[in-house]
Design a protein around this ligand. Sequence first.
Ligand code: ATP
Ligand code: MG
Length: 375
Amino acid sequence: DWINDHGAQRVCALLSDAGYQVYFVGGCVRNDLLGVGISDLDMCTDALPARVMELAEAAGLRALPTGIDHGTVTIVIDHEPYEITTYRKDVQTDGRRAVVAFSDRIEDDARRRDFTMNALYADPTGQILDPLDGLPDLQARRVRFIDDADARIREDYLRTLRFFRFHAWYGDVAAGIDPEGLAACSANLDGLETLSKERVGLEMLKILSAPDPAPAMAAMAQSGVLTRILPGGDASKLAVLVHLEADLAVDSLRRLALLGGQDVAVALRLSKKQAKQLENLRDGMGSSATIGELAYRLGADQARNIAILRAVMFETPVPDGLERQIDAGAAAKFPIKPVDLMPGITGPALGDKLRELETRWIASGFILTREELLK
Ligand code: ATP
Ligand code: MG
């Protein structure tokens, strides 16, 4: 469907009418062949970025040099951005970012990509171009580095995390992770420290968002990658969690809470909101608060998450009547207002008293009425 996208076809026509090559590449082609949804459209061309801009502007379209060093131009069509990147080839690297030069050969462009399944191209009619034999790997759901895995990782250590990400999402669990790729990840652990924590965190959450990340996480743990990016992280119970949460929407933070580790929010540079949610989950797992209390304080979703996490951590069954307890807590409204206690109680004592009454009310299972509490 996306290939018939009006804006994308407009971009294609713009370039091919001027005699240039234009292809879709990467995730959209890969996912289409796998029959799964796509997250973004990546397009590429042999036209130089300045030429892409010129052609767009001549057609009356807005074009922005969004990543001109990397050769990416964004063309805006019907308020939608379309990114198109000039073919590139790697010339020299510093271990973090490949230094690239533009190329007019699609084979160069393919070779600098990470995995064979990510080096598949589709022309504007949907015809597949497979310069590096990615199709057999895709069909076997085998995530394989292009050329020498070790050398490719040393060019860009983010590829280690991408390796686990694509295996988590698209790999064949029965066949297992590619041993050569895994060995190369193990051999290059130090390089992971050169990555920004933010990029590591984003990749980690993408891995954990896969339908079943447990096999990939187990491989990550086995290779030493997990503890390098998340000291103290433990993936040994993840498969149990994935099983128990099967009926719930995927929640990468719930999974991350189970892994644990030291200073997770810092190690993965989580947003404030994510850090708070994770803290609530971890605190809830370790506390003796009832599910009702958790639902009252944190809401239904977090309470349910904590109940499941406790069951996994302590190898206990998910409590009977869980949803009833959650509903009761989430719906409960503390019946006392500060004015109810005034003027008899004021100042700091007022807050203490309110908290005390709230604690009693929660302990009663939200049963005590306003009158009973005031008495
Ligand atoms: P998705 O968009 O579904 O997450 P994707 O494969 O499209 O997956 P992107 O990050 O959008 O991933 O990158 C687009 C393409 O660019 C990839 O398919 C790959 O060919 C190439 N690519 C991206 N990052 C790297 C990298 N670090 N090293 C080499 N090639 C890369
Ligand atoms: Mg993409």
